[in-house]
Design a protein around this ligand. Structure first.
Ligand SMILES: [Zn+2]
Length: 158
């Protein structure tokens, strides 16, 4: 089993167990997939309709960190613009304060719950051929995810 298959199976398990939010970093921590692979798997699953993607802008104020806005599509994230958080801080939207997370789609929930009852076949959906477009837009998040994971590893090993 490849790390990608393992990550995909892990996400399906989370969906079956009722997890509402899945972050790439969480998948990378609990499987053999690295941050880039976890991002790729989740992006591909979102393209397939198994996951819904969400983008959350976090307030830049170091004592606040509240959610400023949420978007369903990466194209809707107003990069470079300024927004006001619920506490009134002016926050510039940059790649550093946009968080991506995913929620299991209705389709995925129906499928994993059917499989969980043992009545359904193990029919795999066709792989999408074009996650590349999504990946190229997500590459900055991938890079950030890698740095975060490295930082965590460094902390753990000390
Ligand atoms: Zn704030």
């Amino acid at each position: 089993m490849t790390a990608t298959d393992e990550a995909r199976g892990f996400v399906e398990t989370l969906a079956r167990e009722g997890y509402e939010r899945v972050r790439p970093s969480y998948v990378a921590e609990h499987t053999h997939a690295d941050a880039a692979e976890a991002h790729a798997v989740l992006a591909a699953m979102a393209e397939n309709g198994d996951l819904d993607s969400h983008f959350e802008v976090i307030c830049n104020n170091s004592e606040c960190h509240r959610t400023v806005a949420r978007y369903e599509r990466v194209d809707d994230v107003p990069l470079g613009k300024e927004l006001e958080c619920p506490s009134g801080h002016r926050t510039a939207v940059t790649l550093q304060n946009v968080w991506v997370y995913y929620t299991p789609s209705r389709d995925l929930l129906l499928r994993v719950n059917r499989e969980g009852q043992g009545s359904g076949g193990d029919q795999k959906k066709g792989q999408t051929a074009s996650p590349k477009a999504v990946l190229s837009r997500l590459i900055s998040w991938v890079m950030r995810g890698c740095r975060t994971k490295q930082a965590m590893r460094t902390r753990k090993s000390q």
